[in-house]
Design a protein around this ligand. Structure first.
Ligand SMILES: [Zn+2]
Length: 255
């Protein structure tokens, strides 16, 4: 074995690997390029839903959001868009934002630049064909990025969107568990209403990452996500939060 590969450089290699992991996984890391990970006002909450469209859940979710006049952003998987174009048009017609979540939901970290571009382009085309407009937003599957991912998205006209909170609604846990995991949104809103100045977290709002679909197949059961939203939407509204699309989330601060 080449001795250069062990001993002193090992620490540097481990540190570099650590930085790579940080840049690839940590939702608010900017190491591999700029991302949107907060709204521009503590009063604005951006609800985002990944891995759809899902015929078993998305229509119910659209009705629930309408009941609270809530606008959200849906990060769609291209191969499901081709299967349910009417549902995608319905999402857009109800005033929600639509984003690119790749064509087949791979972990982009391991893909070559040409494969990354192909995944993004196929999804972009599927959404354009369904709605007549290419999306402006992109979210990487699992949140994984490498140095090619964010530039590939921006070359297609998409800004990369991460989150402040991902409560893990894909886990096999009761709705009560999920409701508890979403508590930080209300805690943040309450803390902000007490102090008008302070750290950056009190001048920006949350982006919540939930799932109305499952990347492996259509018609996944996400009724616990709906139940948790049924619980929180009226409470968030009563705390003075506005439910905004990503477009509205980064436009300008709410007054
Ligand atoms: Zn996903």
């Amino acid at each position: 074995m080449n001795p250069w590969l062990i001993e002193a450089p090992a620490a540097a290699m481990i540190a570099a690997a650590g930085m790579t992991a940080y840049g690839a996984v940590y939702p608010r890391a900017q190491l591999f390029g700029p991302t949107i990970c907060r709204t521009d006002s503590p009063r604005k909450l951006a609800l985002t839903f990944d891995d759809g469209p899902n015929p078993a859940i998305t229509p119910k979710l659209l009705d629930l959001l309408d009941r609270y006049r809530a606008k959200a952003t849906f990060f769609l998987i291209g191969r499901f868009v081709r299967e349910c174009p009417d549902l995608v048009r319905e999402i857009a017609a109800r005033g929600h934002g639509i984003g690119n979540h790749t064509d087949t939901h791979p972990n982009l970290f391991w893909l070559a630049p040409s494969q990354i571009t192909a995944e993004l382009r196929l999804c972009q085309e599927a959404i354009s064909n369904a709605t007549g407009a290419p999306p402006k937003w992109f979210r990487p599957p699992y949140g994984f990025r490498n140095p090619q991912v964010i530039p590939a998205a921006s070359a297609l006209g998409c800004a990369t969107v991460m989150w402040t909170l991902i409560p893990g609604d894909w886990r096999e846990k009761p709705a009560e568990w999920l409701i508890q995991r979403m508590q930080p949104i209300a805690a943040h809103a309450q803390q902000v209403s007490k102090s008008s100045s302070g750290p950056a977290t009190s001048r920006s709002g949350d982006i919540l990452c939930l799932h109305d679909g499952w990347h492996c197949q259509l018609n996944a059961d996400r009724t616990r996500t709906l139940a948790a939203l049924e619980y929180w939407l009226p409470r968030w509204r009563d705390l003075g939060l506005e439910f905004v699309t990503i477009d509205e989330a980064v436009r300008n601060p709410a007054t």
